[in-house]
Design a protein around this ligand. Structure first.
Ligand SMILES: Cc1ncc(COP(=O)(O)O)c(C=O)c1O
Length: 393
């Protein structure tokens, strides 16, 4: 029997390697935090004991749309939204699934390659996909050919555009001018924009969320769980038209129904802490900046790899040096092409870009590159980069 959804290529590989690799840079989030370290990190922002407060949580069903205080905090992150415009979901994945089932796109535009869910769910609903392909130049720098994207939107008239920004897997962050151009092109063909803002919390030089794509008539899905190293909280949200959210919630009753009240309480504390001294998240944000600096220095001192640190989010892509030029010149793979297996033998797990092959991207970059996560501790990240340039590779 054919499964309604294709195999989630990246997830299988992540599951296989995430617990055994010494350097797990295949992930797209910050290194996981223990519950204890999260609570200890948040505690200075509260005048009651968080551990005690947790033990008082009633393990009842939470309100169907999400806890009021959490919805209100999420609304504050999206100027123009009020709590009725917020649905709390089990991860961003659930928000996207429910929203796409409501919007039922006929033709869906996305920046490709993409997180597989963004193309697979619309396809399963019968949508045609319009890929807006990222271009990596010979040095492995990701570029958005914005005029081509705008023309593609205007010529093909998609009815939904999932605008994943910052972008996974390229680490691209667009200028405000380019964002406006894409939004204007979408508006000109009545295309509904969904901003997938999973990496919004790591997109600025300061530990504050970057600007949102939210506005009346658009939708945003997001979370902080990857940026904060707490994916196990499985908190996500959708912000948008209240009636559409109600319909999503009605479907949600058949899935996860309500979201775990413990997770919602911790998410509330996390967002409140962001508004206070923000001690917990500032540390992770500094580590992100430091890993980006480390990568930039490393890159200029070695001759095996090309690539760039992410402008936003926790992932970008690396390519064996020379491989992109060689492919462009049609001369086959560069001799220094480093295989997944060779890296893995040395304890390094990077995600081959070929795991994005289902997402309507056909450039050769997919067969050459790896997605590299910037969420390891600063010490581990440095160590991993030094292993990646060992001469025996
Ligand atoms: C761009 C993007 N959107 C959505 C998701 C789904 O995230 P979640 O773990 O919150 O379900 C991910 C996860 O990696 C992602 O990278």
């Amino acid at each position: 029997m054919k499964a309604p959804l294709s195999e989630f290529l990246m997830e299988d590989l992540l599951e296989e390697h995430r617990f055994s690799a010494r350097f797990n840079a295949g992930e797209s989030g910050h290194r996981a935090q223990s519950l204890g370290s999260l609570l200890t990190g948040l505690q200075p922002d509260f005048n009651f004991n968080l551990q005690d407060a947790l033990s008082e949580v009633m393990l009842s069903d939470a309100p169907n749309m999400g806890q009021e205080q959490l919805r209100s905090l999420v609304a504050q992150l999206h100027p123009g939204a009020s709590p009725e415009n917020v649905l709390i979901t089990t991860g961003t994945s659930e928000a996207l699934l429910l929203l796409l089932r409501q919007l039922r796109p006929r033709k869906l535009a996305l920046i490709a390659p993409a997180f597989q869910l963004l193309s697979e769910i619309p396809c399963s609903l019968g949508a045609e996909i319009l890929p807006l392909p990222v271009r990596w130049n010979a040095l492995g720098h990701p570029e958005a050919p914005i005029d081509a994207w705008v023309n593609a939107i205007q010529a093909n008239k998609p009815d939904v555009f999932i605008f994943n920004h910052p972008h996974n897997p390229s680490g691209l962050l667009l200028s405000q001018q380019h964002i406006e151009m894409l939004l204007a092109a979408s508006a000109s063909v009545n295309c509904v924009v969904i901003g997938d803002e999973h990496y919004r919390f790591l997109s600025r030089p300061v530990p504050e969320p970057g600007p949102t794509l939210y506005a009346r008539g658009r939708f945003v899905t997001g979370s902080f769980i990857k940026c904060a190293g707490t994916p196990g909280l499985r908190i996500g949200w959708c912000v948008g038209d209240a009636q559409v959210l109600q319909a999503m919630q009605s479907e949600k009753n058949y899935l996860t129904h309500t979201v775990n009240p413990i997770s919602q309480l911790i998410a509330t504390w996390f967002l409140q802490s962001l508004q206070r001294s923000n001690g917990f998240f500032s540390v992770l944000h500094s580590e992100w900046l430091e890993n980006k600096r480390t990568f930039a220095q490393w890159k200029s001192k070695q001759d095996l790899w090309n690539g760039f640190e992410p402008a936003g989010g926790l992932v970008s892509c690396v390519f064996p040096r020379g491989s992109l030029q060689a492919a462009e010149a049609g001369s086959g793979l560069h001799p220094s092409v480093t295989s997944f297996a060779a890296l893995r033998e040395r304890g390094v797990f990077l995600l081959p870009l070929s795991t994005f092959e289902q997402t309507f991207y056909s450039d050769v970059a997919l067969s050459l590159g790896f997605r590299l996560g910037f969420g390891l501790s600063t010490a581990q990240f440095k160590q991993m980069l030094s292993v990646m340039v060992r001469s025996d590779l």
